[in-house]
Write a protein that binds this ligand. Structure first.
Ligand SMILES: NC(=O)c1ccc[n+]([C@@H]2O[C@H](COP(=O)([O-])OP(=O)(O)OC[C@H]3O[C@@H](n4cnc5c(N)ncnc54)[C@H](OP(=O)(O)O)[C@@H]3O)[C@@H](O)[C@H]2O)c1
Length: 274
C-alpha cells in the first residue's frame, strides 16, 4: 500500500498515482495499474479517456471508494456554466457519482473568462459533494494569489511540471508554503531523462531502474507523482519504490541536474493554450 498524504480539504491522497494519456488504452492500463496496487488515477477531460478510466477501475475488482480519481476541466470549459455542465459529463463518462479531485487544467490568463470566476464555479461543484477536493494545475504564484485573495479558499493541489531537469522549486515552495499539495506531472521528464549519466550511476549504485531513482527523488522531496506507462512491467516497477533510499548526496546530485526554464517540456503556463 502506498503512503497517503493529507490535503488541506481533509482528504488523503496516495503519494504515487498513475498517469494516463490520450494515446493509451486506458481501460486496460488502468485495470492493470489498480491490480498492481495503485490507488490513485489521474485523468482529464482533455485526454478523452475518462470512459476507459472508469471501465478500468471497475474491471480491476477494487471497490471505487478505495481508488482516488482525479479529473481536470478542459481549456474550452472555463465559463462557469460550462464548469457545471462538463463536470457532470465527466462523471457520466467515468460512470462515477463523485471524483476525489477536480482541477482547473491550465490557468489561461489571456481568456475573457477570468480564472477567478472559473475557480468560484469549482468551489460550487465541491459544495455539491461530487468533487471531494478541488484544486488547480499549472497555476503560477500570481494566479494562486488571485484565487485565494478572491475566495479565501486555498486549492488542495497544484499539479505542475516537475522532473530532474526542471525542478520548478520556486513554484513548489510557493505552493507548499500556502498548504497546497504539489503533484509532479511528467515526473520522468516524459522518459527522456532516464539515460542521464548521473541517474544511470545512481541506478547502478542502488540496483534499481533509472525511473525508480527519479521517482524516489520526487517522493523524498515530498511531492505526489503520477508516472504514466502502458507497459505492465514498468507499471509495476514505478510503484515499487520502498526498497531503497537516496542519501543526501544522491539527492544533491539529482538536484544539480536542474536546468531551470531550459528544462521545461511544455510551454510556460502563461503561454499554454494561446
Ligand atoms: N496537468 C498537466 O498539465 C499535465 C501535463 C502532462 C502530463 N500530465 C499527467 O502526468 C502524467 C505523466 O506525465 P507524462 O506521461 O507526460 O510523462 P512521464 O510519466 O514523465 O513519462 C512517461 C513516459 O516514460 C515512459 N516510462 C514510464 N515508466 C518507465 C520506466 N519505468 N522505464 C522506462 N520508461 C518509462 C513511458 O513509456 P511506456 O508507456 O512505454 O512505459 C512514457 O513514454 C500523464 O499521464 C498525465 O496524467 C498532466
Amino acid at each position: 500500500m502506498t503512503t497517503t498524504l493529507p490535503l488541506n480539504s481533509g482528504a488523503h491522497i496516495p503519494q504515487i498515482g498513475f498517469g494516463t494519456s490520450q494515446a493509451a488504452d486506458a481501460a486496460r492500463s488502468v485495470a492493470e495499474a489498480v491490480r498492481a496496487g495503485y490507488r490513485h488515477i489521474d485523468t482529464a477531460q482533455m485526454y478523452g479517456n475518462e470512459t476507459g478510466v472508469g471501465e478500468g477501475v471497475r474491471a480491476s475488482g477494487v471497490p471505487r471508494e478505495e481508488v482516488f480519481v482525479t479529473t481536470k476541466l478542459n481549456n474550452g470549459h472555463h465559463d462557469p456554466t460550462d464548469v457545471h455542465r462538463t463536470f457532470q459529463e465527466s462523471l457520466d463518462r467515468l460512470g462515477f457519482d463523485y471524483v476525489d479531485l477536480f482541477l482547473i487544467h491550465w490557468p489561461l490568463p489571456f481568456l475573457n473568462t477570468d480564472y477567478v470566476d472559473t475557480w468560484k464555479a469549482m468551489l460550487q461543484v465541491q459544495e455539491t459533494g461530487r468533487a471531494r477536493s478541488v484544486g488547480v494545475s499549472n497555476f503560477q504564484p500570481e494566479h494562486l494569489e488571485r484565487i485565494i485573495a478572491a475566495t479565501g479558499v486555498v486549492p488542495a493541489v497544484n499539479q505542475i511540471e516537475v522532473h530532474p531537469y526542471f525542478a520548478n522549486n520556486e513554484l513548489r515552495e510557493f505552493s507548499k508554503a500556502r498548504g497546497i499539495m504539489v503533484e509532479a506531472w511528467s515526473p520522468l521528464g516524459k522518459g527522456t531523462e532516464l539515460s542521464d549519466p548521473v541517474i544511470a550511476e545512481l541506478a547502478a549504485k542502488h540496483g534499481h531502474a533509472p525511473a525508480q531513482v527519479i521517482l524516489r527523488w520526487h517522493l523524498q522531496r515530498g511531492d505526489v507523482v503520477i508516472p504514466k506507462s502502458d507497459n505492465p512491467e514498468r507499471i509495476r516497477s514505478n510503484l515499487d519504490l520502498s526498497g531503497f533510499e537516496l542519501t543526501e548526496q544522491d539527492m544533491a546530485a539529482l538536484d544539480a541536474l536542474d536546468k531551470g526554464e531550459e528544462g521545461r517540456r511544455s510551454p510556460h503556463p502563461n503561454e499554454f493554450g494561446k
